[in-house]
Design a protein around this ligand. Sequence first.
Ligand SMILES: Cc1cn([C@H]2C[C@H](O)[C@@H](COP(=O)(O)OP(=O)(O)OP(=O)(O)O)O2)c(=O)[nH]c1=O
Length: 190
Amino acid sequence: MLHLASQSPRRRQLLEQIGVEFAVLDVEVVEQRAPDEAPQEYVSRVARDKARAGLIRLGHADDVVVLGADTEVVLDDEVFGKPQDADAAAAMLRRLSGRTHAVVSAIWLVGTAREQCEVCVSQVRFATLDESTIAAYVATGEPFGKAGAYAIQGRGAMLVEHLQGSYSGVMGLPVFETARLLRGFGIAPG
Ligand SMILES: Cc1cn([C@H]2C[C@H](O)[C@@H](COP(=O)(O)OP(=O)(O)OP(=O)(O)O)O2)c(=O)[nH]c1=O
């Protein structure tokens, strides 16, 4: 049985999209990058921690596989997670304005006998944003709970000039890579 160790409604929706059956698990892990940790390694580690925490919650049952995922925005080797407040959201958007950043999404499948991962990196170019555009977007509330303070699946789409990579990966669960991982575990997406 597949379990999704995530509270994210987007991840649930994207996994439903490919027709696999799963249950949702609540897990909490600390998301703190070590000083010398490369961004992709950090994202991958957090996704793995979520999946492993899920397996522990399930008591390491033999017939379960847990999917953990993490998504972060990376600019100039700096990792932008979810903004704490409106000022932090505006500061992130100012930094992303007129530039191309990476969105790194990692997924791990963890079972008792084996674990495997995929990391998906997309490039997103933002339009140049003026202060009133940033203030209006922050006021919608959409930046909260989103890495990099925007949602490509929402009004944030208006800020994105160009995307190279995986739209679903930017949203939090790269569907192509997820399906490939699942098949490797004998879980066939419908
Ligand atoms: C860049 C971007 C991020 N996001 C979201 C995806 C993730 O949910 C979130 C990054 O935070 P995560 O820590 O990856 O995930 P989460 O806390 O939402 O969920 P969980 O840990 O329980 O699995 O940002 C979007 O929805 N749209 C976007 O365009």
